[in-house]
Design a protein around this ligand. Sequence first.
Ligand code: SAH
Ligand code: SF4
Ligand code: F3S
Length: 442
Amino acid sequence: MKRVFLETYGCQMNVADSELMAGVLERAGFTLTGRPEDADAIVLNTCAIREHAEQRVLGRLGDFARLKAARPGLVVGVAGCMAQHLRAKLLDQSRVLDLVVGPDGYRHLPELLRRAADEPVAHVRLDRDETYGDLEPRRGDGVRAWVTIQRGCDKFCTYCVVPYTRGRERSLPLADLVRQVREAVARGFREVVFLGQTVNSYHDGTHDFADLLRAANALEGLLRIRYTSPHPADVGERLIAAMAECPRVCPQVHLPLQSASDRVLEAMRRTYTLDHYRGVVKRLRDAIPGLGLSTDIIVGFPGETEEDFERTCDYMAEVRYDSAFLFKYSARPDTRAHRLPETVSEEEKGRRLTRLIDQQQAISAEINAEWIGREVEVLVEGPARRTPEQLTGKSPQFKTVVFPGDGTRPGTLRRVRVVGATSQTLLGAAVVAAAPRLLPIG
Ligand code: SAH
Ligand code: SF4
Ligand code: F3S
């Protein structure tokens, strides 16, 4: 067995985990292929956050069942949160599967794949000591390196499956992380994104998250530092000061709110009130000029009344996020909220979601329009997806900027004047630097 096709679902932590798996596999002599038809083994790195995420994967397994019918030796595996969530049940449920491996089993992936060629294998033990701190990931192309600084989650929000699929919170040692970032920079990455489910509760026993930001800020060659997602209850003065004082830490925060009703926040066990959240936003905005702010919201949590929902609409109109990820509540087995009777119909969830999407889109469009006429600094990523003759990259606030191609190389900072905007994108024109003096040739 030689070639592995790896497909990733879910959040950025899963993207980072796939890079980790790719590294483990390559060192063990496997090669990665981009085409399932060419593979000896297929591994889906999956997500369990909402029911829909799991359904997509089950659908995809149907595709691979057909491939396997033609090539019986093909090994099909499911990794990640859905594997951990459903465990060995998945092997029974899906006849096509040979391997189920949870988020703490990736170190053993080569051996598990070899064993799965002979008989179905499940490795779903959570390991509170596993951080993969010693393993080099095989990072994808691009200017942005994802660095997992913390695994698991201890918050147990009542709707959320993550503490069950990823186990207890653990942080990687700061020295390992600094080494990882230094190596990523040496390989050409210009931006680092620190990842964790409650990234700001990072603590390696000696250093906290503010220490990590300051250590990364001191690294030569690194242009930008971001992180996701902080928990609103753990945003302290040390973090805000580090953001304000470190020029490479971008003025951008993704700060999940979930709901603006204290009653719902309490039922979700988010451990903060709207007033606390409001105070965090104020302190961040006071300390960091031009802060880009985004969030996650869930509509239709059990017991969410029309009045609770109105609170969320009102607060979102007040705070004016740059953007928001908006979700319909999805009951997850194992979680505490799963036992609550659902009081909001699918139809009503849909109505609330659409209402918020429309409201947020209008706000995003207004905020982006305010950028027209101003200059932004873009870290160029490469050709724009839909219009490859143009270049794209992000502003410090993490807004996508598209501007006419002018040969600027990926990984370079480019000043761009914003000349147009949609709710999603800033459209720019590169600012021409003062003309270089012509020197005689030869
Ligand atoms: N650790 C991060 C979020 C992880 S999951 C945090 O605490 O903010 C990403 C988002 O998915 C969450 O912020 C939440 O908005 C959403 N989500 C999680 N569980 C959900 C569920 N059961 N139904 C709907 N959305 C959910
Ligand atoms: Fe889930 Fe809450 Fe942990 Fe985020 S903080 S991963 S929402 S339990
Ligand atoms: Fe991420 Fe989905 Fe797991 S959001 S942590 S891959 S459940």
